[in-house]
Design a protein around this ligand. Structure first.
Ligand SMILES: [Zn+2]
Length: 83
C-alpha cells in the first residue's frame, strides 16, 4: 500500500484558542469503504500530548498515531499524508 492509497488527514473542531480537537483520517481497514477514524489531538487527552503543526487540511502530527479501538492502524501523519 502506498502513501497515496492511505489517504489524507485533516483537523476539525477548532477551539477558541485556535487549536483543533480532532484529527480525522480514512479508516485503514481493508473494506473501510470511505469510513473515517479520528483521534483527539487535544492537549492532555488520555494522558497523551501530540504536537500538531501545519494547516488544518495538511497537518503534521507527532509522535505517531495508534488507532486503538479503531482500525488498528499505527503510523504517521505528515503534511496530511498517512504513512
Ligand atoms: Zn483507525
Amino acid at each position: 500500500m502506498t502513501a497515496a492509497d492511505r489517504g489524507r488527514a485533516h483537523l476539525t473542531g477548532q477551539k477558541p484558542d485556535g487549536s483543533f480537537k480532532w484529527c480525522i483520517y480514512p479508516c485503514q481497514q481493508k473494506d473501510a469503504d470511505g469510513k473515517t477514524c479520528r483521534v483527539s489531538v487535544s492537549a492532555g487527552y488520555n494522558g497523551r500530548v501530540w504536537s500538531v503543526t501545519g494547516p488544518a487540511d495538511a497537518p503534521t502530527i507527532s509522535p505517531s498515531i495508534d488507532c486503538q479501538g479503531g482500525c488498528g492502524w499505527h503510523g504517521f501523519i505528515n503534511a496530511g499524508v498517512l504513512s
